[in-house]
Design a protein around this ligand. Structure first.
Ligand code: S3P
Length: 447
């Protein structure tokens, strides 16, 4: 539905956002291969997580609802269907991780998805899973994807494309087929799968490669920092690895919190998000916020179910443009839509490079961002792998387009709060993919 949006007089307040989508989907999918039940606390019932839960149920998992948690009972001999078509909806994480899990099973499953998911590349998982011994048939590299599970072979893989979905697909294939896997990660990506196996299972280890400081061979008075190996992490899953079951308590989704943090940034207000995930592979945005002139505080830090969490308070300031590129992009990839909105309200130029992956997310996010920014009267150049955004005084309200993408819809709804004049959003239902109560939360921090 089309939604009317208006500028806020004041932005500020304290909110809690729904549970982390990446973690919740992993909990649902791991229940398919778990030996015992998994109690999930704070499972967010958004479209993507319901796709993962629906897939698990299709493969025989039984859901038992409690007051503020649910128990996922793994499939029994009786409950497993031999041939199944599974609709992954809009969820790339469900499609790719499930392809891995089924690859190592004895089943044949056909994975389908909505129009957006059917445009997203699947070769990145088809190639390594095929090399492990599974048989996968995609349609020109896309869904629908038929996965014929097989007994897989021990596997070593250099993960050159920094993708947690590819990494997790391979690990889940290893888990379901009880075959050993070694993955070398050149750029660290979100590690929720590794942490969850550590919390409710066994048999996975991660070796972090640390840089070494040594005398420079040319001039021994100087020091030289080098990496003893070319990769950053070596992840090893043993053939005995398994999911035992237990509790997964899900923190708030940092990537959803980012939109409300963005509202504070562009308005000079103060917003606190409580009980939100602070996994360091996800929080690159906090460093960016400090660098562009915001005040950022974290408190009540703790670790639950292997995952860091705490409260974040952000106060906006005089924003400045800046360049984001290289490895840092991976740690804030899902936050680039709201970073681009902040760039519109900043003084100077923001340059984003090495972000070509945004072209194959739920929409072509580089084009979608540029189109909406230009509607606000903001100059924005688009490159194959990034954006150049010229901040301006008083960006104008506009008739924004969601492109059916939850993060584009949320980013530009936030932009409307500090823009001059009214705005509209063509399709507000897009937010349901990760945060169905998004507009209620916006109301809580605006007056
Ligand atoms: C995700 C990994 C990232 C991220 C996506 C969720 C995950 O994608 O952008 O929203 O849950 O593993 P890639 O693996 O494609 O980088």
């Amino acid at each position: 539905m089309k939604r009317n949006l208006r500028a806020a007089k004041r932005i500020g307040g304290t909110i809690t956002v729904p549970g982390d989508k990446s973690i919740a989907q992993r909990a649902a999918l791991l229940s398919i291969v778990s030996q015992g039940p998994i109690t999930v606390v704070n499972f967010p019932r958004n479209a993507d997580c319901l796709s993962a839960l629906g897939a698990a149920k299709n493969l025989g998992v039984r859901e038992e609802d409690g007051d503020d948690s649910m128990v996922l009972h793994p499939p029994t001999e009786k409950s497993v269907a031999p041939d199944t078509i599974i609709d992954c909806g809009n969820s790339g994480t469900t499609a790719r991780l499930l392809a891995g899990l089924v690859s190592g099973s004895t089943q044949t499953v056909i994975l389908s998805g909505d129009e957006s998911l059917s445009r997203r590349p699947m070769r990145r998982i088809v190639e390594p899973l095929t090399a492990m011994g599974a048989k996968l048939i995609a349609v020109d590299g896309h869904l629908p994807l038929t996965v014929h599970g097989r007994k897989l072979l021990p596997f070593e893989y250099d993960l050159k494309l920094p993708s947690a979905q590819v990494k997790s697909a391979i690990l889940l294939a290893g888990l379901s087929s009880s075959c050993s896997v070694t993955i070398r990660e050149y750029t660290p990506t979100r590690d929720h799968t590794e942490l969850m196996v550590g919390a409710i299972g066994e048999g996975l280890s991660v070796r972090e490669v640390k840089s070494v400081t040594e005398p420079d061979p040319v001039d021994p008075r100087k020091k030289r920092v080098s990496m003893p190996e070319p990769f950053k992490n070596e992840i090893t899953l043993s053939s005995q690895a398994r999911i035992l079951g237990g509790t997964v308590d899900i923190p708030g989704d940092f990537s959803t919190a980012a939109f409300f943090i963005g509202a504070a940034a562009i308005s000079g207000g103060t917003v606190t998000i409580t009980n939100v995930g602070l996994n360091p592979t996800r929080t690159g945005l906090l460093e960016h916020l400090r660098a562009i002139g915001c005040t950022v505080q974290t408190s009540k830090r703790t670790v639950v179910s292997g995952e860091a969490r705490g409260d974040i308070t952000v106060t906006g300031g005089e924003l400045k443009g800046r360049k984001i590129h290289g490895e840092a992009v991976v740690g804030l990839i899902d936050e680039i839509p709201i970073i681009a909105v902040m760039a519109a309200f900043a003084e100077g130029t923001t340059i984003i490079r090495d972000a070509g992956e945004l072209r194959v997310k739920e929409s072509d996010r580089l084009s979608a961002i540029a189109e909406n920014l230009r509607l606000m009267g903001v100059k924005c150049g688009v490159m194959e792998d990034g954006l150049v955004i010229e901040g301006r005084l008083e960006p104008a309200g506009a008739d924004f387009k969601s492109f059916g993408d939850h993060r584009i819809a949320m980013a530009f709804s936030i932009a409307s709060l500090a823009a001059v004049g009214p705005s509209t959003l063509d399709d507000d239902s897009a937010v349901g993919v990760s945060c169905p109560n998004f507009f209620d939360l916006v109301q809580k921090i605006t007056s």
